[in-house]
Design a protein around this ligand. Structure first.
Ligand SMILES: [Zn+2]
Ligand SMILES: [Zn+2]
Length: 82
């Protein structure tokens, strides 16, 4: 038995990566990472238009890993006591 494969197509054109500011504010970004000009949002806010999101994510994940370790040790104590 083969299940019907539903190929989802559509969102393919103009999948531009939003800059850090727009991503944080969850607004539409008309900037371009390859183009060093600031997007209209950053221009109006007069802030630097940056695309360093990946670095922030790495730090965020490291923080999460530390949090998990802390929670695990806490759980271990609870289990030993309980
Ligand atoms: Zn932007
Ligand atoms: Zn921007």
């Amino acid at each position: 038995m083969k299940s019907a494969a539903n190929t989802i197509q559509g969102v393919r054109k103009g999948r531009a990566k939003p800059c850090d500011v727009c991503r944080r504010r969850k607004v539409k970004c008309d900037g371009n990472a390859s183009n060093s000009t600031a997007c209209s949002s950053c221009k109006s806010l007069k802030v630097a238009c940056t695309y360093n999101g990946s670095r922030d994510t790495e730090g965020y994940i490291k923080n999460l890993e530390l949090e998990v370790q802390r929670l695990k040790s806490t759980l271990g104590k609870v289990c030993t006591v309980g």
